[in-house]
Design a protein around this ligand. Structure first.
Ligand code: GLC
Length: 819
């Protein structure tokens, strides 16, 4: 047991009690280790500066220097090469220079100044306060330029831009939260600062309750710190914000590619109470031809809320139900909460007790708290034995065919106690050093998803697990997608669904979504329809509802809205090849599908605070309608040229345009030059084969060319890790009287079902005089034979498009159209 931690716990002050800060003073001694690390001692404190890469520096301020380094729950990459760091000492200053930035360390008093290679200050400690400590608390104050903007901080309600706000990191179950509720369910202590088009990032790797005061108590400085542990942060330099996200996600890990079905439409509610109702819902989708991939079972599928059990009356034959749903194209996802009912006749409780997997009080007795099942024990997810035990509990559900798991209430939420969670002094055993709940709280959800993900993978080693979580910490996407908890059916919450998903995306969690239609309350048909439209462009597209609300399935709002909602979900399935490609990209470089405008266009000041439109992937600009009664929407277009996706009308950017947005349509624009791979509408993502694969091509201006990428694999196994994927680039170019499309040779071993490619050139007013595919001239066929395998082309004057259709192969193919 660690005595410093006990001391910290005793010293824990009530939330934000005014601390008498001690500012770190003059450096008394310095020592270098290797070429990339230096330690500075001052009044019993130690500051360690470690260069991990030319653009990543770790700053670790310890007030208790002799302690062994604490374990990081977030960081997965530790073998950094240190870049080209050089550490020089001269008089009262020390400088750490890398190829991309310089860090000046003033020694009297100790203050840090990060500069770019031209000597411009990127970020600096506040000259007055700098790094401070008081009791167990640590904090740093930084200068706050008037024109600096802040983004990120994980799951935060309200505006996307964060200034003049105080934010806390403490995982909390807050149903029906509002724009100014803070904290919420998960903690990602990471943010970006941007100024004059240049960005830096900071990740505070501290799991204690931490807080960020971004200009709330002072307009001149901001601060961040925690109630215990070290002030241990990573500084990333861009200047592009994308580079920072790539680096941050390299440090804490990225989302593995999810199963493709998890990107289809998902239907949930608390609860579909019986097998009969679940079958009715499945029929509801199929009979109305509304696509859907997933049906969720909320807490009532269980026997008295006992996790890993079924209610034998309402779900008498789970394998049969799940099997029948599977045959109809539905995957079944079930909820699991951490609270295990204290009941000696319940096998999960008994086995967990036998192996000592539950949290205990200091006197060795079981810690219990109330959740849905009544009095519960809580697994100690910080401990590997408990994680393995938990992972093994899924065997029955997996054998019944359940393929996805929804980890909820894992802040953890405890009913009827003032703190709404486990007592802060309860010790987690960990795997060596024990730690109080105050230190583990923010990673309890993360470790629950880890136990779940690893357990599922062990049970089905050839399939990608799907886990959806409410609580997590930095690095959480390694194990789970997440959603924004118990929101409300209001227009304000629709706006927040967007800003919160953008905030999560830019904080390293690309796989995110909000309960479509709102969890609490009943949306109008219009609100539901608009929410569903936004959902097409959130990676997680899940409709959900609280108990005791009227039905909220997409057909519950009258015939006209049923048609609109069907078209909306169809659109999701049409875009699935593009969506899947963007997810594959995020799994490789961390750049999320949902990209705030400032991420994609960091130099455009007019977009820096825009949080009602966004890029989905590199090429779609989405401008959802977020207010009631609107039939049009104004959209700010960035520089370049843009096509209205619906009309193929072309616009020149750096301007605002107003477009029609009747209730059935969400405004979407496409970057000129882009190719958006789309497929035929299907009822679930697993349907095959899909023919043709339609490449919607939006020609660039004369003399321009643009390259897009396409990714595909079997959508379910892990074989893509061994090269079993299908990846190619498309380059679209335009000259005075021609348009060319080069499909690059396929990289990877994956063989899709035999199919045709339909290159669909949009926004063209005249038919071409000749079309060549792979050097061969094709005849025009205006009555194309459905499914014909011979290459052909046609022109549609009304829709203003050219279709060129030919069999897909793995070779490079050049298509030339002359006008
Ligand atoms: C929590 C979840 C919600 C779920 C309910 C019942 O409120 O956030 O999504 O439906 O618990 O399990």
């Amino acid at each position: 047991m660690n005595f410093r931690r006990v001391f910290i716990l005793l010293a824990l002050t009530p939330l934000f009690a005014a601390a008498q800060w001690r500012s770190v003073g003059v450096v008394e001694a310095t020592s270098k280790s290797g070429t990339n690390e230096v330690q500075l001692q001052s009044q019993g404190t130690t500051l360690t500066i470690t260069v991990l890469a030319d653009d990543v520096i770790r700053v670790r301020f310890q007030t208790s220097p002799n302690e062994a380094p604490p374990h990081s729950w977030a960081v997965v990459k530790t073998d950094w090469d240190g870049g080209s760091a050089q550490i020089n000492e001269s008089g009262t200053n020390l400088s750490v220079e890398t190829a991309e930035l310089n860090l000046l360390i003033n020694k009297k008093p100790l203050r840090l100044v990060f500069q770019d290679k031209n000597g411009n200050v990127i970020n600096q400690d506040d000259p007055g306060l700098g790094m401070c400590y008081e009791g167990s608390e640590v904090r740093v104050w930084k200068s706050m330029p008037q024109d600096e903007r802040y983004y990120g901080f994980g799951e935060k309600a309200g505006r996307f831009l964060k200034r003049e706000v105080a934010l806390t990191m403490w995982n909390s179950d807050i149903p029906g939260y509002s724009a100014d509720t803070d904290p919420l369910y998960q903690s990602i202590p990471f943010f970006l600062g941007t100024r004059k088009g240049k960005a830096y990032g900071i990740f505070l790797d501290n799991t204690w309750r931490s807080s960020f005061d971004i200009g709330k108590s002072s307009r001149k400085r901001y601060s961040f710190g925690a109630e215990g542990g070290d002030l241990d942060y990573y500084f990333f330099y861009g200047p592009s914000p994308k580079k920072i996200i790539t680096r941050f996600t390299e440090l804490v890990g990225r989302m593995p590619l999810p199963p493709k079905w998890a990107l289809g439409f998902q239907q949930s509610r608390w609860s579909y109470p019986s097998e009969t109702r679940v079958r009715e819902i499945a029929r509801g989708f199929r009979s109305r031809k509304i696509p859907c991939d997933v049906i969720y079972l909320d807490i009532d599928y269980m026997d008295g809320y006992r996790i890993f059990t079924w209610n034998s009356k309402s779900f008498p034959n789970p394998s049969k139900l799940v099997g029948d749903l599977g045959a109809d194209g539905f995957k079944t996802v079930v909820i699991v909460d951490p609270g295990i009912k204290v009941d000696s006749s319940y096998s999960a409780f008994r086995s967990g007790m036998q192996l000592g997997c539950f949290l205990k009080k200091a006197d060795g007795t079981l810690y219990t708290g109330k959740v849905w099942p009544g009095v519960c024990a809580f697994p100690d997810f910080a401990n590997s034995t408990a994680r393995e035990w938990w992972g093994g509990q899924f065997a029955g559900l997996v054998a019944a065919g359940v393929r996805g798991f929804w980890t909820d209430m894992n802040e953890p939420s405890v009913f009827d106690v003032p703190l709404k969670t486990v007592d802060l002094d309860i010790l987690h055993k960990g795997d060596g050093d024990s730690a109080p709940h105050a230190e583990i709280h923010n990673v309890y959800g993360l470790e629950m998803t880890r136990a779940t993900y690893e357990g599922i993978l062990k049970l089905r080693p050839d399939e990608r697990p799907f886990v959806l979580t409410r609580a997590s910490y930095a690095g959480g996407p390694r194990y789970a997608a997440s959603w924004t908890g118990d929101n409300v059916a209001t227009w304000e919450h629709l706006k927040m669904a967007l800003t919160m998903c953008l905030g999560m995306s830019i904080s390293g969690q690309p796989f995110t979504g909000a309960d479509i239609g709102g969890f609490i309350g009943h949306p109008s048909g219009e609100l539901f329809a608009r929410w569903l439209q936004l959902g097409v462009f959130t990676p997680l597209m899940r409709a959900h509802s609280q108990i005791n609300e009227p039905n909220k399935e997409p057909w519950e709002y009258g015939a006209a809205f049923t048609d609109i909602n069907r078209q909306t979900i169809n659109l999701r399935y049409r875009f699935l090849p593009y969506i899947y490609t963007t997810m594959a990209r995020a799994s490789v470089d961390g750049i999320p599908p949902m990209r705030p405008m400032m991420l994609e266009f960091p130099d455009d000041e007019s977009l820096a605070e825009n949080d009602d439109e966004f890029m989905f992937g590199p090429d779609l600009l989405v401008a959802p309608v977020l207010a009631e009664g609107k039939n049009s929407r104004t959209v700010r277009l960035p520089a370049g040229e843009w096509y209205d996706y619906w009309s193929a009308k072309k616009y020149t950017g750096k301007t605002s345009v107003t477009v029609d947005a009747p209730v059935g349509r969400i405004p979407v624009f496409v970057r000129a030059g882009a190719i958006i791979p789309t497929q035929q509408v299907m009822q679930s993502s697993g349907e095959a084969p899909v023919d043709p694969l339609t490449l919607q091509a939006f020609p660039p201006s004369e003399g321009q060319q643009y390259t897009s990428e396409y990714y595909e694999d079997d959508g379910i196994s892990l074989q893509y890790e061994q090269g079993n994927y299908f990846k190619r680039t498309y380059t679209l170019s335009a000259a005075a009287s021609s348009i060319s499309l080069l499909m690059g040779a396929v990289d990877g071993a994956y063989k899709p079902h035999p199919r045709r490619v339909q290159a669909q050139i949009r926004g063209v007013t005249l038919p071409p005089t000749s079309v060549m595919v792979g050097g061969q001239r094709l005849e025009r066929s205006d009555q194309p034979e459905a499914g014909a395998r011979t290459p052909q082309w046609n022109f549609d004057a009304v829709a203003r498009l050219i279709n060129v259709t030919f069999p897909d192969t793995k070779q490079a193919v050049q298509i030339d159209m002359r006008f």
